[in-house]
Design a protein around this ligand. Structure first.
Ligand SMILES: [Zn+2]
Length: 447
């Protein structure tokens, strides 16, 4: 059955990801032909093989089932928002929102435990480990009438759950789909989600990557995973490689004629290329800065043939990164891309002293800077400037008194005091990305 699933997925992916195709298997029962569809990535088979099995189109609103009716007591618990890990304000942090499905009101405690455990699995993978203090973790309680989700243990199992999660989506057992509208109604309760994880109350292997950014709620994507399945957590991390890292899949499909040879132009993503190492180095293209380096997923960075679904004609940076194989780390170019993604949402300088108004001699300008985990020497440099001129003597400090600035006795002008925190991590070599790993706070000061 799994093999049939892979074949169906490959066929669906073959359709070019442009709308539905005749090759797509029939939609699940209860959907109409006009039903809105959405593209999802299918996780790879449970044992061995690729991290994913291509993409397919599934009903955006899941299976057509009535909204669950809850008792008054259950309804009161439904939608409750908890900031589980608080590393700062939503504006300055990456906000991960976890919503459970198939948890009854009595099982919400278990959901909270599961959400923390799943996040711990994500945070165990670099660069999440180092940058985990840039993230907030939120849970939104969704109360289901029944425990567990549809399609578990078998395809005929139907359960009445808050988010309509179901295995056997698109007739693929491990493809775990949701009702996006229902998920969004819960996501909307949490402030500004950047990333959404839907946890099914299940131990069955499966997941799905919904990697279209939300136009209404602003998040980068939804990953689904089984709460009680560790391999399923690896699927969710792989999916963030797409949503946050904008990375391409590094797996490919041997044995499918249309995926034997890539003949298209150079792809736009950062981790697949038509160039071999010599040409990449000569043209200073793609991951040329990492060529020859030892990568955390094993081996050295080079140009390994096969990637972006094609067996030949496209190259990937390493043999077995998380973008190809579940349970592996990201490779060096992948880590760089993930850090770039983190900094699209997180900032490393937060004003502790308010920036409205004018600071006087008796005041102190204070900035909060996150701690990066597990690094002996922090790559975060803290630099102060007055009217654009750097004040070297304050380097590394988190606070400076206005009286220390040496403003002249008869100087009544307003000045601009700024602090810039720069992440000089060795994990980023692309100057364009490096230039974005910084945040500043500016105060107006006068004597
Ligand atoms: Zn993928």
């Amino acid at each position: 059955m799994a093999a049939a699933g892979v074949a169906a997925a490959v066929t669906a992916a073959l359709a070019g990801g442009a709308g539905s195709s005749t090759a797509d298997p029939a939609p699940p029962t209860g959907t109409t032909t006009e039903a809105r569809t959405t593209e999802v990535e299918i996780p790879g088979p449970e044992r061995g093989g690729a991290a994913g099995s291509g993409h397919t189109h599934v009903p955006a609103d899941g299976l057509d089932r009535p909204a669950p009716r809850l008792s008054a007591r259950e309804a009161a618990a439904d939608g409750e928002v908890t900031k589980v890990i608080d590393n700062g304000s939503t504006a300055d942090r990456l906000d991960v929102v976890v919503i459970g499905d198939g948890y009854t009101a009595a099982e919400l405690g278990q959901f909270h435990t599961d959400a923390k455990e799943k996040w711990a699995e994500v945070a165990a993978v670099e660069p999440y480990t180092t940058y985990q203090n840039l993230f907030n973790l939120w849970t939104v309680d969704a109360v289901s009438n029944e425990s567990g989700v549809s399609g578990d243990p078998d395809q005929a199992t139907v359960r009445d759950t808050a988010l309509g999660s179901y295995f056997w989506c698109d007739d693929i057992e491990r493809l775990l789909c949701i009702d996006e509208t229902k998920v969004d109604s819960y996501v909307a309760r949490a402030p500004e989600a950047d990333l959404v994880i839907v946890l099914a109350n299940s131990t069955k292997y499966g997941g799905a990557g919904y990697n279209e950014p939300s136009e209404t709620l602003g998040y980068e994507g939804i990953s689904t995973a089984s709460a009680g399945n560790e391999r399923s957590g690896q699927v969710a991390i792989h999916e963030t490689g797409h949503s946050l890292g904008k990375l391409a899949d590094e797996y490919f499909y041997p044995g499918y004629p249309d995926y034997e040879q890539y003949t298209g132009p150079e792809p736009g993503d950062s981790n697949t290329s038509t160039l071999t190492a010599d040409r990449m180095a000569a043209e200073r293209a793609k991951w040329h800065r990492w060529l020859g380096e030892t990568s955390p997923d094993g081996g050295t960075v080079g140009t390994y043939e096969g990637g972006g679904y094609f067996v030949k004609g496209l190259y990937r940076p390493t043999d077995n990164s998380l973008m190809r194989v579940l349970g592996k780390p990201f490779n060096l170019p992948g880590i760089e891309a993930m850090i770039a993604g983190f900094y699209r949402h997180a900032t490393v300088a937060t004003a502790v002293t308010p920036t409205d108004g004018t600071l006087r001699s008796r005041h102190t300008a204070k900035v909060a800077v996150p701690r990066l985990a597990g690094v002996a020497t922090t790559p975060l440099a803290i630099r102060w400037s007055l009217d654009g001129k750097e004040l070297k003597r304050f380097e590394g400090r988190r606070e400076v008194r206005v009286s220390e600035l040496g403003l002249k006795l008869l100087d009544f002008k307003k000045h601009r005091l700024s602090v810039t925190v720069v992440d000089r991590t060795a994990s980023v070599r692309d100057p364009e990305i490096a230039g974005k790993l910084r945040s500043s706070v500016v105060w107006t000061v006068r004597r």
